[in-house]
Design a binder for this molecule. Sequence first.
Ligand code: PAF
Length: 336
Amino acid sequence: MDITLSNILLVSFKNSQKKMTGSGKSPGVRRGCGLVGRRLRLQKRGDGAIVPCMQTACTKEELRALLAPVRGKQIVLVPTMGALHEGHASLLRRARALAGTEGCVVASVFLNPVQFDNAGDLATYPQTPEADLQTCRECGVDIVFMPTPEVMYCPDRSISLEETHLSTVLCGAKRPGHFAGVCLVVNKLFNLVQPTDAIFGKKDYQQLAILRRMVRDLDMPITLHGAEIVRGEDGLALSSRNVRLTPEHRAAAPVIRRSLLAAAELYASGASAEAVKAGVMTALSAVPGVVVDYVELVDAEHLHEVTDERRLALLAVAAFFGDVRLIDNIEITRNI
Ligand code: PAF
């Protein structure tokens, strides 16, 4: 439901535009962005609150202007690379619930080139901006930040941000520079949005661990929330890359989840780490066209070798189904 905005809100919006540009015109706005000559409208959100319709910012200036009225309130950020699926939607809905009716939910949709170690993977990464905006709208997002790489990065940027312990294993060992790229873009998003909270999915378990370390080590006043993996009915973890699977590989891919569940039982009953990993390796390698990148069993916090079996462990896997790299994981414990 759209209701035309009250004069008061419209005036205050126009004033904020004037302050931003000195003229009332938004600088460097591009077609498709929320600030382009639009009358603000109100909508009734799922929770019953009457709020301004979702706004879209394509530049840092637009983002700052949209955030100015909500500074001091709870701001919950969900960073994404777009091609949103139900897993992202669950993060967005959680953000909405966390922010409540008073707070503000910001989603970023930015395919970050800096975190891709493989040009082919970047070139074939799905992009669905219109559908992404619709998903954000349906999930109650207030502001979507959709910059281009040129907006995000200066051509002569020369600062990098490297985590040097948690990034040396699992995907970090296989994808050089990947987590430095993730830390850089998330750091920039944190600086731009200045959220009180940010939500990341546990499918990228190592990413979440590294970002927690970044927030801790750099004293960032942000609470990070990890969200459970969302799966299809057949157990396959939802991923933007799943659409690139061949029908045969899509049908076979739930073997990942099945093998992790079987391995969790083995580990609980006391099997050695080697036996647990071998079970997953054998199950995956049996699928034609699948090449296992790694199967690792590590401590769930420091991501290195398990030295204390009373602690939570993580069994993590990455495998190529054809040229599509899928990852998944499961938290496991010994029955002791
Ligand atoms: O998990 C992702 O989609 C990306 O790594 C993130 C956190 C949005 C940074 O680009």
